[in-house]
Design a protein around this ligand. Structure first.
Ligand code: AGP
Length: 612
């Protein structure tokens, strides 16, 4: 997704903008640009296709661009190919309005035609240029007043946007407008900042405001004024970011992904400890009453990508520990279905970023249908966290690598704890079992640590996969859910085609794809299903497949069938997903670096998909 930054203060803006954009590179982009204004002088706009280093070379790391007020942008192309002319910032022809934008203006064609009839022309193929000229039109129509201009433009724009705008007549000021796309505003002595995400401003300030949907902000040096869509001033609380800057850096690892894989023991422990006190789970932030939990007969888990795979795992855990039935839905499907939702149900939306457009839309749909909502979210103050009725924050810390690992693992344990607490509240679990399960969950960090000690063997095996073109992941129950995550990890960072199949489904078609040397990675940890999955492994091996297995220590007989076996420590099968996913994360990582790819910023992907 695009990244936006803005600064106004007493220091030179360009170096601050470039530094902020570098902290947003993980969002994925193909061009970049900045606009900087030096007092009353003309605003200087520098933008180009390519990575930030192109901009740094053009501006001598920003030193060649003078001015203490500016905005910047990294563009992930949606409308119009990656090019200098389509790069942001975009300006009105007379330079009156200059802006950067993250999001999608869905009715930009319609607005573009109207503006052409009013005498406007367009240089780029972007929706953003249309937004800029729409703002310019209303600025000139309504007494040259920025808030009025933005407010009228917002009422006509359909879609999503995080906009930073500079007006020629208002030097030193930046105006922001938001709907659905992420935006955070920071403040320090005589300085104000705006960005798409926390890492871009954390170096400068921890004091932040969360601008809401359909709200406008006016940034002056060290002061921010907020307005609603009716141009009325509104008060916003100033909050403190708890992250430390170091945790947003690599910490000595070659890639963020490897660092974040190794952070999993700690952040899983932090997430568990955030709600477990004296052997009891306390969900203070989850305001569901005991009666509401007792009345629940249906849970809908709604998410995208890896977060969806968390739901695929949790359905087995919740249905095993309680009498609640669970449906797991892809947010992009859920939001467009006219699903008949049960009255006594809970919609759990899982999202690391808390800004995924489809998941946010699904949350809103569930709320519109009168369903209680709970967000399992990693980013404090994100849209899903703020709009859900309840929120359970995972404590994974900033996750920079596009391929999620630690946030995924924290979401899993968050789900275990919710399931456990639901069971206890509904008197569906004996105290002794509750304690036993909680103790099992508490062993996950040390067991993950143990698996990480096996990474050299996994790297050796991964090197054998570097040149394959296909891979299959098979499993049953929770193992199937983990296979889905392993398959996504491999395809998203090593670009190898892979598919996850319920092992029992192979004979219904996919087995026709198995031929000599096809790689099949099987996840085999569910006690009651091991024999079934082993017979599927034998089926594919007899057709020439190269079989690898992730299984629980003790299942040594699998070595008769699999050419490579990775063992995870013993754990109750309900929680084995937290362990069996670790080798799959490492395998994907090592295959990707073996292919020489950019592990943290894979092609075509963004860390947070804030557009449909
Ligand atoms: C997973 O590695 C991917 N980055 C992607 O599937 C991601 O899980 C998905 O886009 C959901 O993101 P969210 O958790 O921020 O909503």
């Amino acid at each position: 997704m695009c990244g936006i930054v803005g600064f106004t203060g007493n220091n030179q803006a360009a170096p601050i903008l470039l530094d902020g954009l570098s902290k947003l590179e993980y969002r994925g982009y193909d061009s970049a640009g900045i606009a900087v204004r030096n007092g009353e002088a003309e605003t200087e706009v520098i933008k180009e296709k390519g990575k930030l280093k192109v901009l740094a070379e053009m501006t001598n790391d920003g030193k060649a661009v003078k001015g203490t007020c500016g905005i910047g942008h990294t563009r992930w192309a949606t409308h119009g190919d990656p090019s200098a002319v389509n790069a942001h910032p975009h300006s009105s022809d007379d330079g009156n309005v200059i802006a950067v934008h993250n999001g999608i203006i869905e009715n930009y064609q319609e607005q573009r035609e109207k503006l052409i009839k009013k005498g406007y022309s367009f240089k780029s193929q972007t929706d953003t240029e249309v937004a800029v000229k729409l703002i310019d039109y209303y600025y000139k129509k309504y007494s040259n007043e920025p808030i009025e201009a933005l407010s009228h433009a917002m009422m006509r724009i359909r879609g999503s946007y995080a906009l930073c705008v500079m007006f020629k007549d208002y030097p030193g000021e930046i105006y922001c407008a938001r709907k659905d796309s992420p935006m955070i505003i920071g403040i320090a002595d005589d300085e104000s900042y705006v960005a798409s995400d926390v890492p871009a401003i954390l170096k400068y300030t921890r004091k932040v405001y969360y601008i809401g949907n359909m709200e406008i902000a006016k940034l002056e040096k060290g002061n921010v004024i907020f307005y609603n869509i009716d141009s009325e001033i509104i008060e916003k609380p100033l909050t403190e970011i708890k992250w430390d800057a170091a945790s947003a850096e690599k910490g000595g690892y070659e890639h963020f992904m490897l660092k974040e894989i190794h952070e999993q023991p700690k952040v899983i422990r932090d997430t568990v400890n955030s709600v477990v006190k004296d052997g009891i789970v306390h969900f203070d932030s989850v305001t569901l009453t005991d009666d509401e939990i007792k009345a629940l007969d249906q849970v809908y888990i709604i998410a995208c990508g890896s977060a969806y795979h968390v739901g695929m795992d949790l359905q087995y855990v919740i249905e095993s520990l309680t009498s609640i039935s669970v449906r797991v839905e892809l947010a992009s499907e859920f939001r467009y279905r006219d699903m008949k939702l049960k009255k006594n149900s809970l919609a759990i939306v899982i999202s690391q970023s808390g800004e995924t457009a489809d998941s946010l839309a699904a949350l809103r749909l569930a709320k519109d249908k009168g369903i209680k909502t709970l967000g399992i979210v990693n980013v404090v103050g994100s849209s899903i966290a703020r709009e859900a009725d309840n929120v359970f924050y995972t404590l994974a810390g900033p996750e920079i690598s596009v391929a999620t690992t630690k946030a995924y693992s924290c979401q899993l344990v968050a789900g275990y704890l919710l399931a456990l607490q639901f069971a206890k509240t509904r008197d569906e679990i004996e105290d002794i079992s509750y304690t036993k399960f909680l103790n099992e969950i508490n062993t996950i960090p040390e067991k993950v640590e143990k698996i990480l000690e096996d990474k050299v063997r996994l790297q050796w095996y991964s090197n054998k996969l570097v040149n394959i073109s296909d891979a299959f992941f098979i499993g049953r129950g929770i193992d199937y859910a983990i296979g889905m995550e392993g398959s996504l990890k491999l395809k998203e960072i090593s670009y190898i085609h892979s598919e996850a199949y319920a092992a029992g489904e192979l004979k219904h078609g996919p087995i026709s794809l198995i031929e000599d040397s096809t790689v099949v990675i099987s996840v085999v940890t569910q006690d009651k299903l091991i024999e079934k999955t082993v017979s599927n492994m034998v089926e594919v091996k007899s057709r020439g497949a190269k079989v690898m297995a992730v299984t629980t220590v003790g299942n040594y007989f699998l070595e008769d069938t699999a050419e490579f076996v990775c063992y995870i420590p013993q754990i109750h099968s309900l929680f084995s997903g937290s362990l069996s996913v670790i080798p799959l994360q490492l395998i994907s990582y090592y295959v990707s670096i073996g292919k020489g790819y950019d592990v943290d910023k894979p092609r075509n992907l963004a860390k947070s998909v804030t557009v449909e």
